[in-house]
Ligand binder design. Structure first.
Ligand code: CTP
Length: 417
């Protein structure tokens, strides 16, 4: 017997209306998802909700159905309109957002289990996925949870880090679902990305810490992991850009976009300078996320021997790459700098923005917990030539990259390319 799909039980949304699948897993923060649903509907999106069976213990499916664009689904099997709701939802989604994402849901998604409608939808979609984990601090800090999240990040899934604050049962700590407004804002930026806000733009990103050779064995370097730069390159691809990455590190690049990035591997500041100069000529956007050495030296050709005593290293100043690129900037080109600070962050960053002449400056306090070098998360303040600085609270480096690139897209001259 052949099966004929029946029409959806609601008016089919116009294809120009972004379709959001809101997944809700079984955690107490599920009550906040009702507010998130309302905010997403207020933004004009078509929202379809999928609750795991455990989620329905916290909030009723009827509540979501009353606010959503179509009846809420809770099972792979009880949808009268289609025997394959997971592929229907997955393939029609502009974005899939899961809030809250529990440790159990994250583990199932990371291992490719599809034993309910929500996990099956996650596996069936090629749309951007945003997970918003929420759980008790002890669970959040479990290496198994963090490793599952790292796996998902590597595959291109965006993670909005939980906030610190009061948790269920009177506890306090990291694990709180961010406010629905924050999640809705991020979903909007992803939706804009899905529409390709950087479509056709050429984006040049530098990443990683430079390594200045002392001899064939030893280097002078810094603690940069390159993760924020790599995340910027990945997200720029997802936003439709043609991306060149000049980097001292190339892992972990998300697998879904790695192929699309033109990678130039460099080691030291001089090589990075040369590559950036060459590639910036035909770039619409230049992002200097690399931690460049300020000092270098003429390396010895042979390994310095201990028996010869403590070497007297003669350091020399390195040219400031971003300032040089600013002097060569062509009409309409946008240049973004970073500021790694450990004290007087806002004051130092504002001065750096003026001194370097960049269009946007991304400041981070690299001494703060979970921020900057080596971490998977970041918290930044975006300075622009006009307007108040914009603080982006602690979240994954991919999510920070979305915020930065949304600002970049808004500043690019209209009409081009
Ligand atoms: N930068 C650069 N070339 C350098 C040093 C830094 O292009 N030789 C860029 C960085 O990529 C970043 C910005 O300048 O976009 C600020 O880098 P940061 O390390 O924060 O500051 P510095 O300019 O090095 O100044 P300081 O170390 O005194 O804070």
């Amino acid at each position: 017997m052949t099966w004929t799909p029946s029409p959806m039980p609601c008016a089919t949304p116009s294809s120009s209306i972004p379709r959001i699948v809101l997944g809700v897993a079984g955690g107490i923060a599920a009550y906040k998802s009702v507010e998130l649903l309302r905010l997403l509907r207020d933004r004009g999106y078509h929202v379809a909700c999928v609750l795991t069976p455990d989620a329905t213990r916290f909030v009723g499916a009827v509540t979501f159905s009353a606010l959503a664009s179509e009846p809420t689904r809770t099972s792979l099997y009880n949808d009268p309109t289609t025997p394959i709701p997971h592929t229907y939802l997955g393939t029609h989604a502009s974005v899939v957002v899961v809030a809250p994402a529990t440790a159990h849901l994250i583990a199932r998604y990371a291992t490719g289990l599809a034993d309910d409608l929500l996990t099956a939808t996650l596996l069936a979609t090629r749309a951007p996925v945003l997970l918003c984990p929420a759980m008790h601090t002890e669970m959040w800090e479990q290496p198994s949870v963090q490793e599952n999240l790292a796996t998902l990040r590597r595959r291109g899934v965006m993670i909005l880090e939980p906030e610190s604050g009061p948790l269920a049962g009177g506890d306090e700590g990291a694990g709180r679902l961010p406010e629905p407004e924050t999640i809705a804002e991020l979903v909007s930026n992803i939706v804009d990305g899905y529409r390709g806000v950087l479509s056709g733009r050429r984006v040049l990103v530098s990443a990683g810490g430079t390594r200045e050779a002392i001899d064939p064995v030893r280097v002078i370097s810094n603690r940069s992991s390159g993760r924020q730069g790599l995340a910027l390159a990945e997200v720029a691809v997802r936003l439709g850009a043609q991306v060149t990455l000049v980097s001292t590190v190339t892992t972990p690049l998300a697998l879904d976009v790695a192929q699309a990035i033109d990678v130039i591997h460099v080691e030291n500041a001089a090589e990075m300078h040369e590559a950036m100069q060459k590639r910036s000529v035909d770039s619409d956007v230049v992002i200097m996320a690399a931690a460049v050495a300020d000092f270098t030296l003429t390396p010895s050709n042979v390994k310095l021997k201990k028996r010869d005593g403590v070497p007297q290293l003669q350091l020399m100043a390195v040219a400031d790459i971003v300032s040089d690129l600013v002097t060569r900037r062509h009409e309409g080109q946008l240049i973004v700098g970073f500021a790694a600070e450990t004290s007087d962050v806002l004051k130092n960053a504002a001065a750096k923005m003026r001194d370097k002449g960049v269009d946007l400056l991304i400041a981070n306090d690299v001494a703060a917990p979970g921020v900057g070098f080596g971490h998977e998360t970041n918290e930044v303040v975006i300075f622009a030539r006009e307007g108040e600085p914009q603080r982006i609270s602690l979240r994954s480096k991919e999510a920070v990259a979305y915020e930065i690139l949304a600002r970049v897209a808004a500043l690019l001259p209209q009409g081009a390319p």
